[in-house]
Design a protein around this ligand. Sequence first.
Ligand code: SF4
Length: 89
Amino acid sequence: MQDRKIKHVFGPVPSRRLGYSLGIDVVPFKVCSFDCIYCQLGNTTNKTILIKEYFPIDEIISDVKSKLQESIRIDYLTLSGSGERKRQI
Ligand code: SF4
């Protein structure tokens, strides 16, 4: 049984391409390597290319497991959410 609130997964959200997609948020709000003018989340507040563990991986996995135990349809797990980490080459 989980004592804390689930905070790293959202949805599942309906997607024409993926069906029902469960979002997994692995970075804090608006930590992103871009600041796209069309971003639905607003301006990037932490623009960075730093790759690191922003949240403990065990916490994220625990949230995903909790959500998967619910009797809801999930077709895909999508790593996305409050920002994006793109590797600059
Ligand atoms: S979250 Fe996505 S859309 Fe928003 S600024 Fe980052 S890359 Fe662009």
